[in-house]
Design a protein around this ligand. Structure first.
Ligand code: BES
Ligand code: ZN
Length: 886
C-alpha cells in the first residue's frame, strides 16, 4: 500500500494492465502556436512584488532581445496577465509605447508599436499584474494552517503565467531576479542572494545573482517562511528547506545530495555550475518533484523523512527522487531538448541516471532489481496497441503534458540502459560527456545524442536508438535452435493481448516493423552480445558455449523472447543457481508476457512461481507474487479466489514462519521479505497474519513510531482491507492530529482500503467536499477504483457527483482518474466509461481514455482465455495435495 507519485510505471502501485499515468492539463484549449524565431530574448530583468493575502502580484520586467528583422510587432507568451504598459527602447535610444492585444487561446500577447522597430538589439519594458492562483501551476498559492506561501511550477508551459516571456525551451536567456516581500519573509530562487535591502513599509527586496543561460520553464522563486538544514559537496553549498519545524526531516535528502553531487561531477566530467543547490519541500505540489536550475522543488512526502522511523522503501524513494532531479541539472538544465517532442531526452535520461547514482550510494539496496521490475512494467505498457513512440508530436500545452508518461520515462530510460549494457559503461559515459560538452547551455535533439554515442563508440548506436525511439512497441525475438554455435532469431512486434484488432496493429507498417537489437546472451558472468539486424527475416546469431542459453544477459534487453521448449526448460532448471536476481525478474516478466499473449497458460506461470518458493530475494519474489494479484483480480472467479488463496497460504507460509518472529538486528533483506510475505498471506486471508495485522494497526494508531516501519505498511494495508469503523475513525483522527506529513498521508490513504460501503462513501464524501489537499484527492479516487470490491461504488459516486469531484482536480488528476477507470473488466463497463467521459471531457486525457478502453478489453480477453486454464490448474493442485488448509 505504498503510493509512489512518479510518472514512471511504478512497480509497487500498478497492475501490469493499467494504462500509463499520463499527466494531463486543463489549460485553456490552446492551439499549436510556436513563436517566430526572428525575435530572440537574451536577458530578463524581473522584479516581482507578490501580495500573499490578496493573492495577486505586480511585475516589472525588462527583456533584452534581438530582432532579426525590422518589425512593428513583437509576440510572446502570456497567460492570465494584465498589462499596464509596454515600451521598447532601441539602440538608437528612441522609446516607443505599444498597444497590447491578447490571444488567450494561444496564450500569447502581441505588442504593436506606432513605428517599425529597427533590426538589432532592443530593450522591452513591461509593467503588469497577475494572480497567485490555486491551480498548483505558474505562480501559485500554497497554504498551511499558519500562513500562505507563493511558489512556482513552470514546466511545461506556465512561466507565462508569472512573467510575459518567450516560453519555449530553445529560447534560452539569462535572468536577474528580485522580489519584494514582507520583512519577515524570505525568498529562494535559482541563484544566491546578492542583495537584501529594506523596501520601506515592512518590506524588503531580495536580489539574486544573474543565472546562466537557461530555459524559462526552469526559473523558480518561492516566497514565505522556510527553514533549512545545510550540507556541502565539492565546494557547493547544499540546503534542504521546508516549512518551519520540518527542516530536520530534510537531512536525509542532504546526505543523498552530497553523495550524488560528487558522483555526478565525476560521472559527467562537468562540474555542477550553480553557486548553490537548494531543495525545497512545498506543502501543495502537483508533481513529485521539479528540477528548477539550482532550486529543486519537492512534494513533501517525496522529500521529508525521519531517518529513524522511515521504511527502506521511503528512503529509497527520497534518494531516487533527489537523484533524478539532480541528474536533470545536467540533462535538462545545462543541455535542454530543442522542443518537447524530445522530452525523453530529459526524462528518460534522468530515469536511467537515478538508478546508477543510487545504486552506487547504497549497493545493498539492490536498486538494479527495482530497475529490472520497472523495465518489465514498461515493456507491458508498450505492448498495448495504444502505445506511442518515445518521440511523438506535441504542440499544444495539453499534448506536451501528455508526453510525461511511462513511455518517455520508462522506455526512454530502458533504451539508454540497453545501449549502455551493449557499449560498456565507460564508453557510454564518454559519449554522454561528449554530448553534454558539445551543447552546454544550449539545446539538442535525439540525433545529437546518438550521434555523439556513435562517434565515441564507433558502433551503430544511431541505428539501435533510432529504431527504438522513432517506432512504438516492443520486439518479440523468436529463437529457433540451429547448429551448435549459432541460433536463428527472427523478430516481429509483440502485443500483450492475443488477436489485437485495431487499425494501428493491423496496418502494414506495424506488421512490417523491425528493430536493430543488441541481443546479449548470458555467458557465465559475462555477456556475449550480437546484433539482430533490421529487416532480416531470420538471422543466424553466434552463441557462446554455455550449459543453457539465456537471451537477456544483464536483464537490460528491450524485447521479449520466445524460446524453443527445451531451451526454456534448461533456463528454468538453472534459474535459481545461475541467473542473477535481475535476470530472474526478466524471466518472470517474460513468462507472464508469453501467458498474456496466449503463448502459454496461466498454469505455466503459477508453476514458475511455485518453483521460486524458496527465492531468497524479496524483490524477485514480490515481482512474481504481484502478478498473482492480477490473476486473482482479473482471471479468477469468486470460488477460484478462495482456492488460489488456499494455495498461496500452503505454499508461502513455511517461508514466512521460518522468518518469524524476527529481530531488530536482522538484515534489511530479511525485513523486506517478512513484510512481503506478511502482506501476501494477509491478503490471502491467513488467520494468524490477520490477527497480527490488527494488533500492529492498533499499535500504530496509538504511536506510529512503535511499529517497525517496513512491516507497518504491509500490516496497515492488510488491517485496513479487513478493517471496521473503529479502525477507520482512528486512522482519520491520526491523519488529522499528526504533524508528521508522512504519517498523515499514510493514514489518509489507508482510508481508501476499507471495503465497507458506508466507509467507502465517507472517503468519497471527504474528497468531494474538498477536505483532502487537491494534490492528493485523485489518489484516494484511483485507489477505490483499483480495488475490485470498491470499484463499482466509487465509479457510480464519481459519475453522480462529477461537478464536486472534478472541482478538486489539479492539472493531472483528471487523467489519472480516467486511467483508473480502466481497471474494469467487462464490455459493458468499457462502454459506460467511454460514454461518460465523452460527455464529461477531461482535457489532455484523450490517449489515456483510449488506453483505458484497451486495458478493459485486455482484461476481458485475459479472463476468457485463461479462466478455464486456471480452473484446470487449481483442480489438479487440489487433487494432488488437498490444498486450502491452514
Ligand atoms: N520534470 C519533472 C516534473 C514535471 C513533469 C513537471 C511534468 C511538470 C510536468 C520531474 O523531473 C519528474 O520527473 N518528476 C517525477 C518524479 C521523478 C522522481 C520520476 C514526478 O513528478 O513524478
Ligand atoms: Zn524528471
Amino acid at each position: 500500500m505504498t503510493f509512489v507519485f512518479t510518472r514512471r510505471v511504478s512497480r509497487v502501485a500498478l497492475l501490469a494492465t493499467l494504462p500509463a499515468l499520463a499527466l494531463g492539463g486543463f489549460s485553456v484549449a490552446a492551439h499549436a502556436q510556436r513563436l517566430p524565431k526572428t525575435v530572440r530574448p537574451e536577458h530578463y530583468t524581473l522584479a516581482l512584488t507578490p501580495n500573499l493575502k490578496a493573492a495577486t502580484f505586480a511585475g516589472d520586467e525588462t527583456i533584452d532581445l534581438t530582432l532579426a528583422a525590422a518589425s512593428k510587432t513583437i509576440t510572446l507568451n502570456s497567460a492570465e496577465i494584465s498589462f499596464k504598459s509596454v515600451t521598447a527602447t532601441s539602440a538608437q535610444g528612441a522609446a516607443e509605447t505599444a498597444t497590447v492585444s491578447l490571444d488567450p487561446d494561444k496564450e500569447q500577447a502581441t505588442f504593436t508599436f506606432p513605428a517599425e522597430l529597427p533590426a538589432g538589439k532592443l530593450k522591452l519594458s513591461i509593467a503588469y499584474t497577475g494572480i497567485l492562483n490555486n491551480e498548483l501551476r505558474g505562480f501559485y498559492l500554497s497554504k498551511t494552517e499558519k500562513r500562505n506561501y507563493a511558489v512556482t511550477q513552470f514546466e511545461s508551459t506556465d512561466a507565462r503565467r508569472a512573467f510575459p516571456s518567450f516560453d519555449e525551451p530553445a529560447f534560452k536567456a539569462t535572468f536577474d531576479i528580485s522580489l519584494t516581500v514582507d520583512a519577515g519573509d524570505t525568498v529562494i530562487s535559482n541563484t544566491n542572494v546578492i542583495a537584501d535591502k529594506s523596501a520601506g513599509a515592512g518590506l524588503h527586496t531580495m536580489t539574486f545573482a544573474t543565472t546562466p543561460k537557461m530555459s524559462t520553464y526552469l526559473v523558480a522563486f518561492l516566497v514565505g517562511d522556510f527553514k533549512c538544514v545545510s550540507g556541502e559537496s565539492d565546494g557547493t553549498p547544499i540546503r534542504a528547506c521546508a516549512t518551519p519545524g520540518q527542516e530536520e526531516k530534510g537531512k536525509f535528502a542532504v546526505e543523498a545530495a552530497e553523495y550524488i553531487l560528487h558522483y555526478y561531477n565525476n560521472y559527467f566530467g562537468i562540474k555542477y555550475p550553480m553557486p548553490k543547490l537548494d531543495m525545497i519541500a512545498i506543502p501543495d505540489f502537483e508533481a513529485g518533484a521539479m528540477e528548477n536550475f539550482g532550486a529543486i522543488t519537492y512534494r513533501e512526502t517525496d522529500f521529508l523523512i525521519d531517518e529513524k522511523t522511515a521504511s527502506l522503501n521511503q528512503k529509497k524513494n527520497v534518494a531516487v527522487v533527489v537523484a533524478h532531479e539532480m541528474a536533470h541539472q545536467w540533462f535538462g538544465d545545462m543541455v535542454t531538448m530543442q522542443w518537447w517532442d524530445n522530452i525523453w531526452l530529459n526524462e528518460g535520461f534522468a530515469t536511467w541516471m537515478e538508478t546508477k547514482s543510487v545504486a552506487s550510494w547504497h549497493p545493498e539496496w539492490r536498486y538494479s532489481q527495482d530497475e529490472a521490475a520497472v523495465l518489465d512494467g514498461t515493456l507491458n505498457l508498450d505492448s498495448q496497441p495504444t502505445t506511442h513512440a518515445i518521440r511523438a508530436t506535441a504542440d499544444t500545452p495539453s499534448e506536451i503534458n501528455e508526453m510525461f508518461d511511462g513511455i518517455s520515462y520508462g522506455k526512454g530510460g530502458a533504451v539508454l540502459a540497453m545501449v549502455e549494457n551493449y557499449l560498456g559503461p565507460e564508453t557510454f559515459r564518454q559519449g554522454v560527456h561528449n554530448y553534454l560538452a558539445a551543447h552546454l547551455y544550449g539545446n539538442a535533439t535525439a540525433e545529437d545524442f546518438w550521434g555523439a554515442q556513435t562517434a565515441t563508440s564507433k558502433k551503430p548506436v544511431d541505428k539501435i536508438m533510432e529504431s527504438f525511439v522513432a517506432q512504438p512497441g516492443v520486439p518479440l525475438v523468436t529463437i529457433t535452435s540451429d547448429g551448435k554455435n549459432t541460433v536463428r532469431a527472427a523478430q516481429s512486434r509483440f502485443y500483450l493481448t492475443p488477436g489485437v484488432k485495431t487499425a494501428a496493429a493491423d496496418s502494414e507498417a506495424a506488421k512490417a516493423q523491425s528493430w536493430t537489437i543488441p541481443i546479449c546472451f548470458k555467458a557465465g558472468a559475462q555477456n556475449s552480445c550480437e546484433m539482430l539486424a533490421r529487416d532480416s527475416p531470420a538471422q543466424p546469431l553466434k552463441v557462446p558455449a554455455v550449459p543453457f542459453l539465456f537471451a537477456d544477459g544483464g536483464a537490460k534487453g528491450y524485447y521479449r523472447t520466445l524460446y524453443p521448449k527445451p531451451t526454456y526448460e534448461a533456463i528454468l532448471s538453472h534459474a535459481e543457481t545461475s541467473l542473477t536476481p535481475e535476470e530472474r525478474i526478466s524471466l518472470i516478466g517474460n513468462e507472464w508476457a508469453m501467458m498474456r499473449s496466449g503463448r502459454s497458460g496461466v498454469g505455466d506461470y503459477l508453476n514458475l512461481v511455485a518453483a521460486l518458493r524458496a527465492e531468497p530475494d524479496s524483490i524477485v519474489l514480490e515481482q512474481a507474487l504481484g502478478k498473482i494479484g492480477t490473476i486473482n483480480d482479473r482471471v479468477a472467479t469468486e470460488g477460484e479466489r478462495e482456492q488460489l488463496a488456499g494455495w498461496i497460504r500452503s505454499e508461502f507460509s513455511p517461508a514466512y514462519e521460518a522468518l518469524h518472529p524476527g529481530s531488530a538486528e536482522e538484515s534489511p533483506d530479511k525485513k523486506q521479505m517478512r513484510a512481503l510475505l506478511f502482506g501476501v498471506l494477509g491478503n490471502a486471508g491467513d488467520p494468524v497474519v490477520l490477527a497480527e495485522a490488527k494488533l500492529l494497526a492498533e499499535k500504530y494508531v496509538k504511536d506510529p513510531s512503535s511499529v517497525d516501519p517496513n512491516l507497518a505498511q504491509a500490516a496497515l494495508g492488510v488491517a485496513a482491507a479487513h478493517g471496521d469503523l473503529v479502525l477507520y475513525d482512528k486512522l482519520l483522527a491520526l491523519s488529522e492530529s499528526t504533524s508528521d506529513t508522512a504519517v498523515k498521508t499514510t493514514a489518509l490513504f489507508l482510508t481508501a482500503s476499507f471495503k465497507d460501503p458506508v466507509l467507502v462513501k465517507r472517503t468519497l464524501d471527504f474528497v468531494a467536499e474538498g477536505k483532502v489537499r487537491n494534490q492528493d484527492s485523485w489518489i484516494l479516487l484511483a485507489a477505490l477504483l483499483n480495488h475490485r470490491e470498491t470499484r463499482e461504488q466509487a465509479w457510480t459516486y464519481i459519475q453522480q457527483n462529477w461537478t464536486k469531484v472534478s472541482a478538486q482536480f489539479t492539472t493531472s488528476s483528471g487523467t489519472r482518474v480516467v486511467a483508473a477507470a480502466g481497471s474494469f473488466c467487462s464490455a459493458e463497463k468499457r462502454d459506460e466509461v467511454a460514454s461518460f467521459f465523452a460527455t464529461h471531457k477531461v482535457i489532455a486525457a484523450e490517449r489515456t481514455l483510449k488506453q483505458s478502453a484497451d486495458s478493459i478489453n485486455a482484461c476481458v480477453q485475459l479472463h476468457q482465455a485463461q479462466e478455464p486454464n486456471l480452473k484446470q490448474w487449481l483442480a489438479a493442485k487440489s487433487a494432488s495435495s488437498g490444498v486450502a488448509s491452514r
